[in-house]
Ligand binder design. Structure first.
Ligand code: FAD
Length: 228
């Protein structure tokens, strides 16, 4: 019964992200038509200067035009439950009603437990017991949608998640903070890394909120930034 590894891939993004955001920003302040701005946009430095100014002054509609989709697998249901709290995202998640776990089920063990041999063994034993009980229920004719009631938060899941750039920046601000749980922090970091691989200019925006604010507004600070 495997303890599985998270995987995240950016599967869809628009072409011309930088030019599109620049066109949205410039349209607000220019007599030119949006298509003229788009066709004339060739100076990356100039585009980045305007975009940085517009984003930092909070004109976030300009970054809502960029829609991104990710294929995510081997994350725990605990993690996906946190992710789906974000209301400007769209999700299609593997169903525990329609997909029966077969004998064993994949799960995600938190690294802190995995690094302690005694606790790791207890964790694995519990997963085995649950898998056996789940199988007993299914064999007794209980539907997967009801048998799943006994599956743990650690059960692995997979999903396609889509969101616009504004929401990704918001997600990074909240979930890259060390106050967020490690698994969702790793998930959001991987999503941001996938985007930065394609669009390096976004690295400066995909940061924990303290980097945007210049201070920490959490009660319990990690000490990285001065507290408010
Ligand atoms: C470290 C951490 C700990 C947490 N602990 C808990 C916890 O113990 N219990 C718990 O229940 N949740 C907890 N959460 C979840 C948290 O309360 C939010 O539900 C989650 O982070 C989504 O944030 P959001 O509402 O800003 O984002 P999104 O839903 O992504 O929305 C983005 C932004 O859109 C705006 N918005 C969206 N919907 C509305 C609306 N209906 N009305 C007005 N404005 C809206 C807001 O400005 C919001 O910030 C935690 C989150 C973090 C990061």
């Amino acid at each position: 019964m495997p303890n599985c590894q998270m995987s995240v891939k950016l599967i869809s993004k628009p072409e011309n992200i930088l030019k599109t955001v620049y066109t949205a920003c410039r349209t607000c302040y220019s007599a030119l038509l949006p298509q003229e701005i788009f066709e004339g946009a060739d100076d990356e430095e100039k585009m980045l200067k305007l975009i940085t100014r517009v984003i930092s002054s909070g004109h976030y509609s300009t970054i809502e035009h960029i829609q991104l989709s990710f294929a995510i697998s081997n994350v725990s249901r605990a993690c996906t439950h946190q992710l789906v709290r974000h209301r400007h995202m769209s999700f299609s998640q593997k169903s525990q009603r329609y997909v029966k776990e077969k004998g064993e089920f994949d799960y995600v063990m938190p690294p802190e437990i995995a690094s302690n041999p005694l606790l790791k063994e207890k964790f694995e034993k519990h997963m085995e017991d649950v898998a056996k009980l789940y199988q007993d229920f299914v064999e007794a004719g209980i539907k997967a949608e009801d048998a799943r009631s006994i599956l743990p938060n650690a059960t692995s899941s997979s999903l396609v998640a889509s969101l616009n750039l504004r929401e990704l920046i918001h997600l990074a601000n909240l979930r890259l903070c060390t106050r967020a749980q490690l698994e969702i922090r790793m998930l959001i970091k991987k999503m941001c890394d996938e985007v930065v691989k394609e669009e390096p200019w976004l690295k400066a925006h995909l940061v924990p909120k303290c980097e945007r604010l210049g201070y920490c507004d959490e009660d319990k600070s990690c000490g990285r930034m001065p507290q408010r």
